[in-house]
Write a protein that binds this ligand. Structure first.
Ligand code: ATP
Length: 237
């Protein structure tokens, strides 16, 4: 299998200056993810799952360790890459889905979803048509497509978020509780899309409080609870 990501002895903690204290988030984590592989992160509250995803996405810098990403430009250590290179990879090869949409004032749902396609050079009408299809797939009512998501319900915003984040295949996709506020139909649409992306070779690392939704996609489980066995077979989810 083609390797996409190699995480090597990664450690992250936070300095709480007002308490003059260091809080460890995770320590010495090593694992790899291959194309088409789906890795579930598990662990108790506070075990460091979200922090690990954010560190891999380079929202946080690790304290030590390497994050070797096999980009289409060659191998790059995301722990040390320049911000400009990280920003480019985020637009083209690395996706991150959280449960929250960053809605912008006076930008319609369909424009938000079409934007990655337009940035990738698609013609505006084709991008819009495809965005509407994605909104429909996730169950956003047609009346809302031209409306501004700033006023949408939590679940509606999450559907717009997913439609946008999953509209183009990525090489690496991180998912942080993407099903949190979704109804059953949207959860089904999400899982179907993740299966498609997996079949196309997207490597995925996800945190799901209800992993039953994605059970059949999971190849491996990494438990971040300190002293847990580092890797488990999928039967142990
Ligand atoms: N920005 C931050 N500043 C300081 N400490 C932080 C910060 N983010 C996370 N932490 C701490 O790092 C540890 C790991 O937090 P994290 O949110 O990654 O855990 P988690 O496994 O995702 O938890 P949950 O299951 O509750 O979502 C916690 O002790 C948390 O308090």
């Amino acid at each position: 299998m083609t390797q996409v990501l190699e995480i090597d002895r990664l450690t992250k903690g936070f300095s709480l200056h007002h308490l003059e204290k260091d809080i460890p988030a995770f320590e010495d984590i090593s694992f790899g993810v291959a194309a088409g592989e789906f890795v579930l992160l598990k662990g108790a509250n506070g075990a460091g799952k979200s922090t690990l995803l954010r560190t891999l996405y380079r929202s946080y810098l690790p304290l030590s360790g390497e994050i070797r990403f096999h980009s289409s430009y060659g191998l790059i250590d995301l722990a040390r890459a320049a911000d400009v290179d990280v920003a480019h990879l985020r637009r083209t090869e690395i996706g991150f889905i959280t449960q929250f949409l960053t809605a912008r004032p006076r930008v319609s749902a369909e424009a938000i979803v079409a934007e990655p396609l337009r940035l990738a050079g698609w013609d505006s009408q084709a991008a819009l048509d495809s965005a509407r299809k994605a909104l429909e797939t996730f169950g956003v009512k047609p009346d809302l497509w031209a409306a501004y998501p700033t006023t949408f319900s939590g679940g509606e915003q999450q559907k717009v978020n997913l439609a946008r984040a999953l509209i183009l295949p990525q090489k690496l996709l991180m998912l942080d509780e993407p099903t949190a506020s979704l109804d059953a139909n949207a959860r089904g649409a999400l899982v179907a899309r993740l299966q498609e992306l997996k079949d196309q070779g997207t490597a995925m690392i996800g945190v799901f409080h209800h992993p039953d939704d994605v059970m059949h996609l999971i190849d491996r489980v990494i438990d971040l609870t300190p002293d847990a066995a580092p890797e488990e077979e999928r039967d142990d989810v």
